[in-house]
Ligand binder design. Structure first.
Ligand code: SF4
Length: 363
């Protein structure tokens, strides 16, 4: 990307959008069907909100993979938080996890029954509450991908009060991307990699997709033109039968990522296998606090026993939406029994969930 284009804020320029779309259309005439997958709730919002799919030729498809960190928290881990709340502990969490269904209930319903469940805007708010109320036990539900894990790590390594601990549900994106490549019938031809996760992990973790799977992979930002450009870059690779790792989001993402953030993650967490709602267990896809921080790990502190349970409720197709096999409108409950006001599945809860994005933006 040249400097003059960056200076003109090309990524917010409607004329640029027309130019990129024209280039996509031209190059698409030389290609067969191409299916591009992104793994980011914000990318899905940009694509859906700005109607980018409607600009693409019929042989170019963009699907949404598991990009919502709230949607993929398994019901069993919601149940753990509910159990702690029922036992009288204070559960603190971000607002979007509140309505995510556990096996039989949600934190919202548990709160309505009288449990002490509090929404916070930052983990530091939860820590301050714990300091001010030392006779109560506080737990923070730590959810998110590589983007939010450094904050949890930093706080866990800091000076925490004894009555505070984390219920960690952090997950890592590259293992989920690799899983998608093995799903029968999905047949992905290119990845748009998430810009914000990439600011932390850099480019290296995506190298296996090009080197082993020969999968064009482009890290992209979140403006409409960023996404259009990433699509064009993938198609350009296909047009010459190439598979490269490219960075469209150079104004933010450095090839090496954020070394300090990665260091702090490594000091606080061990990488382990983790369950993903609708997907199952993935090796090397979850973060667990290291033994030296066991006193701040709610699972160890309160001897929680993870009880596996059904993740998906009857009729809900979240397991298919999360892996991009269907789009939300192909679920029979979409905008009927399942709405943003009364979500049935996790994908309708968070603003990053594909079903909620579609419900808010597709008429
Ligand atoms: Fe599940 Fe609702 Fe999405 Fe259907 S529309 S897949 S029920 S979240």
């Amino acid at each position: 990307m040249t400097q003059p284009i960056a200076e003109s804020h090309w990524f917010r320029n409607p004329t640029t959008a027309q130019n990129i779309t024209q280039k996509i259309r031209e190059i698409a005439t030389k290609l067969e069907q191409v299916k591009i997958c992104h793994v980011c709730g914000t990318h899905e919002w940009t694509i859906t909100h700005f109607g980018l799919r409607s600009l693409l030729p019929s042989n170019i498809e963009v699907i949404a993979g598991p990009g919502c960190p709230v949607c993929i928290v398994p019901a069993a881990e919601i149940d753990e938080a509910i159990q702690l709340a029922i036992e009288g502990k204070v559960i603190t969490c971000f607002g979007d996890i509140l309505r995510v269904p556990g096996s039989t209930s949600s934190l919202m319903e548990t709160k309505a029954s009288g449990a002490d469940v509090r929404i916070v805007y930052a983990v530091s708010d939860a820590i301050e509450m714990a300091k001010k109320e030392p006779t109560k036990e506080f737990i923070f539900s730590a959810v998110g991908f590589e983007t939010t894990a450094p904050i949890t790590a930093l706080e866990a390594l800091g000076d925490l009060p004894k009555n505070f601990s984390f219920l960690v549900s952090h997950r890592l994106i590259p293992p989920a991307m690799e899983l998608l490549l093995g799903i029968e019938g999905l047949q992905i031809d290119g990845f748009i990699a998430p810009g914000h996760v990439s600011t932390i992990i850099g480019l290296k973790p995506y190298e296996l997709f090009t080197k082993i799977y020969r999968m064009p992979t482009v890290v992209a930002g979140f403006e409409p033109n960023d996404v259009l450009m990433a699509i064009y870059m993938i198609l350009r690779q296909h047009s010459v039968s190439d598979a490269q790792l490219e960075n469209e989001y150079i104004r933010v993402v450095k090839p090496e990522g954020n070394k300090k953030a990665r260091e702090v993650i490594q000091r606080a967490f061990t990488i382990t296998a983790g369950n993903w709602r609708g997907i199952g267990r993935l090796d090397n896809s979850a973060l667990q606090l290291k033994d030296k921080l066991a006193q701040y790990d709610a699972r160890k502190k309160y001897s929680l026993k993870l009880v596996q349970c059904q993740d998906i409720h009857t009729g809900c197709q979240c397991h298919q939406v999360i892996i991009g096999k269907i789009n939300p409108s192909q679920c029979g409950l979409f905008l009927k029994a399942c709405t943003p006001a009364r979500p049935v599945g996790a994908c309708m809860v968070s603003s990053e969930g594909t079903c909620r994005v579609w419900a808010k933006n597709v008429s």
